[in-house]
Write a protein that binds this ligand. Structure first.
Ligand code: B1M
Length: 219
């Protein structure tokens, strides 16, 4: 059987080669080898896609290549996601979350990972998808009687929409009604503090920890 490092190398290569089938096969191999799906997600998929993002930045690769790499990653993530979800299937419901990528932003891989981790951690998550209009976060939270509004943003331009949602909550007299959590590559604790978000998480694992530590706010 291949070693952990060999399997992770196959996962990385599948993203670098923009190869969906190889990504799915390598993700399955990682699970069969007993590799922690969170470790596989970070080391096998997230690292190479970020490296390709930097290569795109330096104009060493073009957008279609980045899209193909992201497609390969999404296919592989689906396999890992199932395993992460299965690991949390018997947990109690700790809170109800509406989660989405903010208006004008189509990045959904990180949000999908956050959703899987929250579900595995015992949260009921309603995925609003990408490019979610600002009022939709609040409307959805009202409709399903959620406790938490989660907003993902990957662009320094669209992170401003996180602030819009929080401002709209205040304008509607709903400040404090929902616990707000923000994240995404350009988002920082400083930004979360500045816009009055209740919490910030650097990654999906931290999102679960942060919400777990704040449960008395809605329980
Ligand atoms: Co885009 N993109 N992209 N992109 N892309 C970035 C974000 C960028 C940094 C790349 C770069 O230039 N180096 C750059 C943004 C620059 C900036 O604003 N600072 C960028 C750009 C510019 C763009 C376009 C504008 C490019 C163009 O058209 N010229 C365009 C945007 C279109 C739009 O949204 N309107 C665009 C498009 C795309 C693709 C379609 C090619 C593809 C997305 C495919 C998809 O999502 N279906 C793509 C990708 C893949 C990336 C990079 C390379 C990787 C993102 C990713 O999936 N990471 C990215 C570079 C980077 O991030 N360094 C980049 C893996 C994922 C697991 O991590 O999403 O960070 P991440 O999520 C993490 C944490 O951030 C956190 O937990 C997650 C899991 O650990 N987290 C949360 C995320 N959301 C959270 C919410 C929480 C808590 C934690 O609470 C609610």
């Amino acid at each position: 059987m291949a070693t952990q490092e060999e399997v992770l190398a196959k996962m990385r290569a599948s993203i670098e080669d923009y190869d969906k089938e190889a990504a799915v096969a390598a993700a399955r191999e990682a699970l069969e080898a007993g590799i922690d799906p969170n470790l596989a997600m970070e080391e096998g998929f997230a690292k190479p896609i970020r490296a390709l993002g930097e290569a795109f930045d330096r104009m060493e690769i073009f957008l279609p290549q980045l899209v193909m790499a992201a497609d390969a990653m999404k296919a592989g993530v689906t396999v890992l996601e199932e395993a992460i979800l299965a690991s949390g299937s018997t947990l109690e419901k700790k809170g109800v979350v509406v989660l989405g990528t903010v208006e004008g932003d189509i990045h959904d891989i990180g949000k999908t990972v956050v959703m899987a981790m929250l579900q595995a951690g015992g949260y009921e998550v309603h995925d609003l998808g990408v490019e979610v209009p600002t009022p939709r976060f609040i409307q959805a939270a009202e409709e399903i009687n959620a406790n938490i509004i989660g907003m993902s943003a990957l662009l320094s331009t669209t992170m401003l929409r996180q602030r819009d949602v929080i401002e709209l909550l205040c304008n509607k007299g709903l400040a404090g009604r929902y616990f707000t959590i923000v994240g995404g590559a350009p988002v920082t604790q400083k930004w979360a503090d500045e816009i009055g978000a209740d919490a910030y998480a650097r990654d999906a694992v931290e999102a679960v920890k942060v919400l777990d530590a704040s449960r008395e706010k809605w329980a």
